[in-house]
Design a protein around this ligand. Structure first.
Ligand SMILES: CC(C)(COP(=O)(O)OP(=O)(O)OC[C@H]1O[C@@H](n2cnc3c(N)ncnc32)[C@H](O)[C@@H]1OP(=O)(O)O)[C@@H](O)C(=O)NCCC(=O)NCCS
Length: 246
């Protein structure tokens, strides 16, 4: 386990993998991923109305399994994942934790030895009502925005931080958004304020994936800035050794 050289406190060493163009994969890649994924994933994929959602969903499971393989050299079966009562998937009998998020053309995955949450969102115009359950500090930051573009950027920066937190603790939207605040500081730094002291403390950072997208990662222990490893769908298929379907 990594430790801070000065304090000796444990440090997170999260890895981030990101797949671009995951919303529009060709038929060969689609069927390779479909064959590779668990029967549960295939069922889910069949229920989607839009192909984009099916593409991101298949890529998501493949990316998780690749990230686990890169850390353990074990190719897990997607059917062996367990979920908590809010739907957060994890590996049984393993300290390795992972989380994924998908939006627009991106699927991102964070993996670490500690609880982890990640979120990505394509920046888009949103109604101010969506920030109604932000904290007073977060609302103040939004009120200082000078134009709609600036508002959108600040809104999604805060939104993705908050979502990475609720995904890290595994509760999803069952955790009220106004029970804590994520206040972005200089560069990628973030201050977390918990209004409900039962909520666990966490460490957060914003991530840079692509202009026009906001993203954030949240872990239990401090971590230094992390690089995002970009991997194309075809490289992912190659690394998983499932190109025989191509
Ligand atoms: C988790 C949640 C915040 C994600 O919202 P989103 O912005 O639509 O989705 P993202 O793309 O960022 O993340 C989706 C991924 O997060 C993971 N996930 C699901 N539930 C999660 C949870 N409670 N905590 C953390 N991660 C979760 C899954 O891997 C999911 O991917 P998949 O749908 O392809 O399997 C939202 O779906 C939620 O609140 N879920 C909880 C619902 C719940 O309480 N269900 C109870 C009955 S199971």
């Amino acid at each position: 386990m990594c430790k801070d050289k000065i304090t000796g406190a444990p440090e997170s060493t999260p890895q981030i993998f990101a797949v671009p163009c995951a919303n529009n994969i060709n038929e060969n890649c689609f069927s390779a991923l479909y064959q590779f994924c668990s029967s549960e994933r295939r069922q889910k994929v069949k229920s989607f109305q839009f192909r984009e959602d099916a593409c991101r969903s298949l890529t998501g499971e493949a990316l998780i399994r690749y990230a686990i393989f890169a850390n353990t050299q074990i190719m897990e079966n997607g059917s062996s994942f367990i979920t908590n009562s809010y739907g957060k998937p994890s590996l049984p009998n393993s300290s390795l934790q992972f989380n994924i998020s998908h939006s627009g053309k991106w699927v991102v995955c964070a993996i670490d030895r500690f609880d982890i949450g990640i979120d990505i969102e394509k920046n888009r115009n949103v109604s101010q009502d969506l920030s109604s359950n932000f904290s007073p500090e977060e609302k103040e930051l939004l009120s200082e925005c000078t134009c709609e573009k600036h508002f959108t950027e600040v809104f999604f920066r805060i939104w993705t931080l908050k979502e990475s937190y609720i995904k890290s603790i595994g509760e999803g939207f069952s955790c009220p958004f106004d029970s804590f605040a994520c206040i972005p500081g200089k560069e990628c730094t973030v201050e977390l304020k918990r209004y409900n002291q039962d909520l666990p403390t966490r460490h957060l950072k914003t991530l840079s994936v692509e202009q026009g997208y906001s993203s954030a990662v949240c872990t239990t222990e401090k971590f230094k800035q992390i690089a995002v490893t970009i991997i194309s769908v075809s490289d992912l298929i190659g690394k998983l050794g499932i190109g025989i379907y191509l």
